[in-house]
Structures are given as C-alpha cells and as structure tokens.
Design a protein around this ligand. Structure first.
Ligand code: S3P
Length: 445
C-alpha cells in the first residue's frame, strides 16, 4: 500500500447514473505551472480554481521552502508573492515531491540554473519513474544532476556554472520533458529550442506568454531565450479535463444519464478524450465555449450512449495520455473490440497503466490483452470483484465508474492517492449519482 499500512478502499455498487451539473477540481498541469511561474514573477499573482490536491500542493510547499510567500489556498483561490527570476533561495533540506512526476521533472529544469544545490525526492512510485529523460538533456545544457544508477530519484542538482541553451529533438512526446527544458531555458545563456515528435499539452508555453515572456512557436518546435522577466498576472484555472473524463465515460456507459460538466479546459492539446469517445459513439456536446486565463474552456453535456469499439487513432494518443485508464473502461462496456497502440508511455506513469488495467479488467471478467504499447479489449459486461489500483489515482477512479455498468459490487484497494489529483471525488461522484462509499480496511498490515 502507498501510505504506511493503511488501505483506503472504495466500494461501488452497480445501478447508479450521472445526472445534474457539477464542476470537477482545477486542472493539475495548470495549477503546478501557476505556482512555478507565479513564484518567478515580479509582483503578486492571483490564482482562482487552483487544484488543492496533493500533487499541486507538493509544488506549492516546495516553493515556500525556497522562500516564496504563498497564501494558504482557500476554495481554490490563492496569491503568490513572486520573488523574480533571481529570487529563489536554497531550501534547508530535500524537497519531497510526493507522487508528483510533473513537480519533479519541471523543477529539475527550473532549478538547474539557480546557483544553489538542491535534492528532489518522492514516494516509492515517483522514485521508480524514469528521470533520465530530463537529466540527460539538462546535463547537455551544463546542469550537474546526480540520479541513482537506474536514472531515478532522488535527484541531486548541484551548483554548477551557468547553463547554456540547446536545440533538442525529444525522443518521446512528453510535455514534462518539453516544459523542463523550457523552464531551464529561462535561466540559460542564449536560446533553447525543443522539437517534439508529436504535439503535447502546451500549458507552459501559453502561461509563459500570459506572464509576458516571449515564446517562439513553429509547429512542433518551441524556443525561448534566457534572461527575460515574468510579470505577475491573474489566472483562472479551468476544471481539469482529465478529472472530467471519469464523468464523461461514466455518464456515457450508465443508462439514463444526463450530466453537465462546468468550465472544463478544452485546450486542443488535451481534448483527445472527447474525440476518442465521440468516435466510439458518445453523445458529448461542447457548450458555451469561452477563454479563461489564456486557455479555452466550455461546459460539456454528456448523455448515455451505446458505445462501439474502435481502433484508436495514434495521433490522438498524446492528447489523451492520462485518460486511457478510463477509456479502457469505456472500451470494456462497448460493443466490439477496441485496440490501442503507440502508448508505451502508459507503462511509466504513476503505475504501469497497461498491466494494472489489464489485470483489473481480467479480474472483472473482461477480455483484455496487454501489449507492450497498448491493449486489446473485447467489450462486454463487467462483473463485480476486487481490484487493486496500485496507488494510482486514475486507476482507482476508473474502476469506480466502471461499476456503473457492472453486474456486482466492485471493491477497489489502495485508493488514498485519489487525493493527488481529485480531492472530494467520492463526495462529488456520489452526489452526481454513483453508489460509492469509502472506508479504511481495518486489519490491513
Ligand atoms: C503532464 C504531462 C503528461 C501527463 C502528466 C502531466 C504535465 O506527462 O501524463 O499527468 O503537466 O506536463 P508526460 O509529459 O510525461 O507525458
């Protein structure tokens, strides 16, 4: 289990449906970046819609420990009293980033050019995730970073000389790698250019521009020049499409559902889940399109639909990278086969999401064949049973909504980390119609 000996379990009964209108918590990626750029800006940045989940709070605490005054968030509102580009101070010990890969990878870049040494640590899941993808290009920039022999955390970022801009062709489509290098590039001499093999989420680029920092974008190539300044601004963080995804799938598979998800970020680099579900036959309407904090947002209305299996177009994979656990649930409830390929990145997320989902689906009587880079799922009906989330928030919530179409109760183990991205999930989902309860397993060892 992820948190000592405690096992937080979800118990979900079949027969629910989603109705009404809800707002899921703020976007995790944007919340992290609001703290990072707000801290480096000159002046006070006011944020609303901030995700008060463990991951973004890990970033917030890290910056406080580097001398940034950040007001305690209240109902998603907070103020960050920026210290300017040269104002961060050495923390008095290692920065613990918990379960948060985004914090560790983006901070590796941001802290590479700071003139002080710092150590980044994380929980057992984060300590097993590959960091060479950022430490390798950062060391080409002149950063001095020590990792374990396996290229994992803890990461010791050492005081070195100045770092230099580079031109880097990323081997994998990763917004975390891109962002890490761009954030390092703010402190580097000259220009840093990153080319991505496929488009990934562009929140860093958008937010840099929102803080007045020039970013040069040419298709898949993004460049920044070091030595500029950030000006504080006001940020409205939209609801997280990755959290909305559980409800998009849940309302699609549960009979008699009709749900509105309010103020959801629909950035075209994140909307793969909507596009994939529509290809499967989902009934999703995008209403009241508008802009908030430099990001497109909308209300999403989703109603029950008969889903069919599809071959998922490879170009949509990076645009839905966090939504595959719940898309596998959609596939399990669809008619016919669904095939996902080109998604080997899923193996190095908070858990090995291909293996963990395949194991859970098999446990629930669904034919699922794990592949090195994806999964084949034969749709049918989910039975009741007991599955383990392996401490992965998105796996836990995916199986929870799967119960909407199950034949019996689904019990999910190791759900504590749902708080990393979706505090209040159980309350919000049960208010919208999911028959869910949570409890600590008493005699867990
Ligand atoms: C994120 C990028 C994605 C995503 C993660 C958040 C970000 O990771 O899976 O949850 O905020 O930049 P990769 O860039 O490793 O694909």
């Amino acid at each position: 289990m992820t948190s000592g000996s405690e096992n937080l379990q979800f118990f979900v009964e079949p027969g629910g449906r989603f109705r009404g209108s809800i707002r899921v918590p703020g976007d995790k990626s944007i919340s992290h970046r609001s703290i990072m750029l707000g801290s480096l800006a000159e002046g006070t940045t006011r944020v609303s819609g901030f995700l008060e989940g463990e991951d973004s709070l890990a970033t917030l605490r890290a910056f406080r420990r580097m001398g940034v005054e950040i007001d305690e968030p209240h109902r998603g509102e907070l103020s960050i009293h920026g210290v300017g580009m040269g104002g961060l101070k050495a923390p008095d010990g290692p920065l613990d980033l918990g379960n948060s890969g985004t914090s560790m990878r983006l901070l590796s870049g941001l802290l590479s050019g700071q003139g002080f040494s710092v150590t980044l640590t994380g929980d057992s899941s984060l300590s097993g995730r590959p960091m060479g993808r950022v430490t390798e290009p950062l060391s080409r920039m002149g950063a001095v970073i020590e990792a374990t022999d396996r290229g994992t955390a803890p990461l010791h970022i050492k005081t070195g000389g100045r770092i230099q801009g580079i031109t880097y062709q990323m081997p994998m489509a990763s917004a975390q790698v891109k962002s890490s290098l761009l954030l390092a590039g703010l402190f580097a001499d000259g220009e840093t250019c990153v080319t991505e093999p496929a488009v990934t989420r562009d929140h860093t680029e958008r937010m840099l521009e929102g803080f007045g920092y020039p970013v040069r974008r040419d298709h898949n190539r993004i460049c920044v020049t070091g030595g500029g300044r950030l000006q504080a601004c006001t940020l409205d963080v939209p609801a997280d499409i990755s959290s909305a995804a559980f409800f998009l799938v849940g309302a699609s598979i549960a009979d008699d559902s009709d749900l509105v998800l309010e103020h959801v970020g629909i950035n075209p680099t994140r909307d793969g889940v909507i596009r994939i579900l529509r290809l499967m036959g989902a009934d999703i309407q995008v209403l009241n399109r508008r802009q908030a904090g430099g990001e497109p947002v909308a209300d999403l209305r989703v109603r029950s639909a008969r889903l069919k299996g599809i071959e998922i177009p490879p170009d949509l994979v990076p645009l839905a990278i966090d939504e595959f656990p719940v898309l596998f649930i959609a596939a399990a409830c669809a008619e016919g086969e669904t095939l996902l390929s080109g998604a080997e990145e899923l193996r190095v997320k908070e858990s090995d999401r291909i293996q963990v989902m395949a194991d859970g689906l098999l446990e629930l009587g669904v034919e699922a064949v794990a592949k090195s880079d994806g999964m084949l799922i034969r749709g049918g009906r989910i039975s009741g049973g007991r599955v383990c989330s392996h401490g992965d928030h998105r796996i836990a919530m995916s199986f929870a909504v799967g119960a909407l179409q199950a034949r019996g109760t689904i019990v999910i183990d190791d759900c504590e980390n749902v708080n990393t991205s979706f505090p209040g999930f159980v309350e919000l989902a049960s208010g919208a119609g999911l028959e869910i309860q949570q409890a600590l397993e008493p005699e867990a060892v």
